[in-house]
Design a protein around this ligand. Structure first.
Ligand code: RP5
Length: 175
């Protein structure tokens, strides 16, 4: 059919759509999937380009809300139109991941994704930081899911525990 190769690694209906502009983005975006799996959030992954296949993208985005998708994570590099195009076509929250590469090594995609016009927001995370995109998506879902909220609390507590353990180690007298 198209550039879309839908890959749903979860048995349950996906709540998050991870979309990226090219198969060459798959490795960078794989951290989003791994992070969602850690929280038990079902998701799907799709590669579809805003520039190369705009009509296919529009058809895909049109169906998202009806299929139960609640949040979109969209990653792209170069003249990264994908996250903004998705945001233009849906009222679902869209989290953008600018991806490095090319002559400007990510400055182009960062500005393309973060500088959206008023009324069409894309919540942009750091370059290649699809992990944070997945954490933010989980935080959005947790607004109506106490179980997810508890998992996120434990996730953040782990940072404190690791820091406290490191401090204890550093301050411990020589053994
Ligand atoms: C963007 O162009 C994609 O998101 C990718 O980051 C970049 C290069 O795409 P390919 O030429 O590798 O398909 O649209």
């Amino acid at each position: 059919m198209s550039e879309i190769s839908r890959n749903d690694p979860n048995a349950r209906s996906p709540k998050v759509a991870i979309v990226y502009g090219s198969p060459s983005d798959a490795q960078t975006m794989s951290k989003a999937g791994a992070t969602l799996e850690r929280f038990g959030v079902p998701y799907e992954q799709v590669s579809v380009s805003a520039h190369r296949s705009p009509r296919t993208l529009a058809e895909y985005v049109d169906e998202l809300a009806a299929r139960g998708i609640a949040v979109v994570i969209a990653g792209a590099g170069l003249a990264a139109a994908l996250p903004g195009s998705v945001a233009a076509l849906t009222t679902l929250p869209v989290i953008g991941v600018p991806i490095t590469g090319g002559a400007l090594d990510g400055m182009d995609s960062l500005l393309a994704i973060v500088q959206m016009p008023p009324g069409v927001p894309v919540a942009t995370v750091g370059l290649n930081n699809s992990t944070n995109a997945a954490v933010l998506a989980t935080q959005i879902l947790a607004l109506s899911d106490p179980g997810l909220r508890a998992l996120l609390t434990a996730f953040k507590d782990d940072f404190e525990k690791a820091a406290a353990a490191g401090l204890e180690e550093a301050l411990a007298p020589d053994r």
